[in-house]
Ligand binder design. Structure first.
Ligand SMILES: *[C@@H]1O[C@H](CO)[C@@H](O)[C@H](O)[C@H]1NC(C)=O
Ligand SMILES: *[C@@H]1O[C@H](CO)[C@@H](O)[C@H](O)[C@H]1NC(C)=O
Ligand SMILES: *[C@@H]1O[C@H](CO)[C@@H](O)[C@H](O)[C@H]1NC(C)=O
Ligand SMILES: *[C@@H]1O[C@H](CO)[C@@H](O)[C@H](O)[C@H]1NC(C)=O
Length: 456
C-alpha cells in the first residue's frame, strides 16, 4: 500500500498523506507475520474481536448488507390441527466486517479462517413464522476471508406456522412461508439480499431433502416486500415453499376400501328382493362401513372439513338410502302377496304398457318380466314369491271352501286374486329397478363431482 504512493516532489505532504493512510490501513489490517510458525496469533485479531458488540461498519450511517440463503434439509412434520410445519433448515448468512482483513500473500497464502462465532457480531436474522425457540446447536464457527467477508452457516429446526388448507386432503398441496427479517435493525441499518438465486436454493434442497417422507417438495418462490411497523421499516425476504402430500397411503387405506364397500352395496341390488337376504346383507355392509370409519379415523386430519369427510358421509348416505329402498320394496312385496289392494286403472294400463315387449320404460328385472308379465296365467311359474302366494291367501281359501257348490267361481276368484298379486309383484319389481337406476345415477353424479373437485 505504501509503495503505491509517489515520493517525488512534495515530499513532506506526501509523507504526511502516506503516514495517515498507512495508519488507517494498519488499524484494520491484521499483521499476520509468523502465522506459519506459531499458528494464528489471537492477539492479531483481538482488536476486531473487541468490536463485536457493535455493528461492524466504518461509517455508522451506512447499512450493513446481509445476504441470506437456506437449504431445506428435511420436512419433519406437518400438523394440520395446530397448523404447524416442522422442518430442518441450514441457514446461510453472509456479510462484511471491514475490521477484519489481511493480505494473503503476507500470510502464508491463508485465504480464509474459521473463527468461533461468539467472537463475532452476528446479525439477528430470524424467521417470522417460527413458533418455537431457536434450536440451533451452540458453539458454531464462521468462515472469514481475507477481505473480511464472513460466512455463517447454522442448522435450525424450525417449527413454523403455516396456513394449511386441508380441503383437498389427501390430494392437498401446501404453500408455507419462511419470512427472514431482522428483529431489531431497520432498513437504515441493515439491508437483506440473496446470496443464491431461488432456483439454486430449490435445486439444492431437492437434492438434499430426504424424499422418503409423506411430503414431496415442489419448489420455492420469493418476494421481498418491506415491513412497516409504526415508523420503522424493516427489510425482509419471504420464501414460499410449496409441498405436496403423497396420497398413496390414503388412497390404499381409505378410498379403495370405501369404494369397494359402496360397489358391493350397489351390486347387492341384484340379490332377489323376495329372498329376504338383501336387507340383512345391506345392514351387514353398513355395519362394516361404520367399523371401517372408526378404525380409519386416525388417518384423517383432526380439524377442518376436508372433502374426504364429505365423501365418506355421502358413501354412508348411499348405503342408508339403498337400505331404505330395500325396506320399501320388501314392504311392497309383502303387501302385494298378503292383501293386495285393488290396482288403480292408470297403474294397470302402465303395467300393460310396460310389459308389452319392445317398450323402453323402466322394466322389471328379466325374471320378473318373464314370470309375471308374460305369463300371468301360470303364476306357479313364479319361483320366489310362490311361498308367499301359496301360504298367505289360505284364510280366504278356507273361507271359500266353507261354501261348496261354487267351485268354479271360487277358482275364478282365486285366479283373479293371483293375477292381482302378480301385478303388484311386477309393480314392486319395476319400482325396484327404477330406484336402483336413480341410485346409480346419484352415485355416478357424486363420484364425478368428487373426482372433478379433487382434480382442480
Ligand atoms: C507485524 O508484527 C511483527 C511482530 O509481531 C513485527 O515485527 C512487524 O513489524 C509487524 N508488521 C507490520 C507491518 O506492522
Ligand atoms: C457517512 O455516510 C453518510 C451517508 O452515506 C455520508 O453522508 C457521510 O458523509 C459519511 N461520513 C463520512 C465521514 O464519510
Ligand atoms: C450480497 O448480494 C449482492 C447482490 O447479489 C452483492 O452485490 C453483494 O456484494 C452481496 N453482499 C455480501 C455481503 O455478500
Ligand atoms: C404461494 O403463495 C404465494 C402468495 O400467496 C404465491 O405468490 C406463490 O406463487 C405461491 N406458491 C406456489 C408454489 O403456489
Amino acid at each position: 500500500m505504501e509503495g503505491g504512493w509517489p515520493t517525488g516532489g512534495r515530499l513532506l505532504l506526501c509523507l504526511a498523506v502516506s503516514l495517515l493512510l498507512q495508519g488507517k490501513g494498519d488499524t484494520f489490517t491484521i499483521n499476520c507475520s509468523g502465522f506459519d510458525q506459531l499458528g494464528v496469533d489471537p492477539a492479531a485479531f483481538q482488536a476486531a474481536f473487541d468490536r463485536k458488540t457493535f455493528r461492524p461498519v466504518i461509517n455508522y450511517s451506512n447499512p450493513t448488507q446481509v445476504n441470506i440463503s437456506f437449504t431445506l434439509s428435511a420436512i419433519l412434520e406437518v400438523d394440520a390441527q395446530l397448523q404447524l410445519l416442522t422442518s430442518f433448515l441450514w441457514i446461510n448468512l453472509i456479510w462484511d466486517n471491514p475490521f477484519i482483513s489481511w493480505n494473503p500473500e503476507e500470510c502464508v497464502g491463508i485465504q480464509k479462517l474459521t473463527v468461533s462465532a461468539e467472537n463475532l457480531w452476528i446479525p439477528d436474522i430470524f424467521i417470522l413464522e417460527a413458533m418455537d425457540v431457536d434450536r440451533a446447536p451452540s458453539g458454531l464457527s464462521a468462515y472469514v476471508n481475507s477481505e473480511g467477508r464472513i460466512r455463517y452457516d447454522r442448522p435450525v429446526r424450525v417449527t413454523s406456522i403455516c396456513n394449511l388448507d386441508i380441503f383437498y386432503f389427501p390430494f392437498d398441496q401446501q404453500n408455507c412461508t419462511f419470512t427472514f427479517t431482522s428483529f431489531l435493525y431497520t432498513v437504515d441499518n441493515m439491508l437483506l439480499g440473496m446470496n443464491k438465486e431461488v432456483w439454486e436454493i430449490a435445486d439444492t434442497s431437492r437434492d438434499i431433502l430426504q424424499t422418503q417422507g409423506e411430503w414431496e417438495f415442489l419448489g420455492i418462490n420469493k418476494a421481498t416486500p418491506r415491513l412497516l411497523v409504526g415508523n420503522s421499516v424493516y427489510d425482509r425476504i419471504i420464501f414460499y415453499v410449496a409441498i405436496r402430500r403423497r396420497p398413496r397411503l390414503y388412497v390404499i387405506n381409505l378410498l379403495v376400501p370405501s369404494s369397494f364397500l359402496v360397489a358391493i352395496d350397489a351390486l347387492s341390488f341384484y340379490l332377489p328382493a323376495e329372498s329376504g337376504n338383501r336387507a340383512p346383507f345391506k345392514i351387514t355392509l353398513l355395519l362394516g362401513y361404520n367399523v371401517f370409519l372408526l378404525m380409519m379415523n386416525d388417518l384423517l386430519p383432526a380439524s377442518g372439513s376436508p372433502l374426504i369427510s364429505v365423501y365418506f358421509a355421502l358413501c354412508l348416505s348411499l348405503m342408508v338410502l339403498s337400505l331404505l329402498e330395500t325396506i320399501f320394496i320388501t314392504y311392497m312385496l309383502n303387501l302385494a302377496t298378503t292383501k293386495p289392494p285393488p290396482i288403480p286403472p292408470w297403474l294397470h294400463s302402465l303395467l300393460l304398457h310396460c310389459t308389452s315387449p319392445m317398450k323402453c320404460c323402466p322394466t322389471a328385472p328379466q325374471k320378473g318380466n318373464k314370470d309375471l308379465g308374460l305369463t300371468p296365467a301360470h303364476l306357479p311359474g313364479l319361483k320366489e314369491p310362490v311361498e308367499f302366494v301359496g301360504k298367505v291367501p289360505s284364510p280366504q281359501e278356507a273361507e271359500l271352501n266353507g261354501s261348496p257348490g261354487s267351485a268354479r267361481g271360487q277358482q275364478e276368484d282365486k285366479a283373479q286374486q293371483q293375477h292381482l298379486v302378480s301385478l303388484w309383484v311386477q309393480f314392486s319389481h319395476m319400482m325396484d329397478t327404477l330406484l336402483f337406476r336413480l341410485y346409480l345415477l346419484f352415485m355416478a353424479t357424486f363420484v364425478i363431482t368428487v373426482i372433478v373437485l379433487w382434480n382442480t
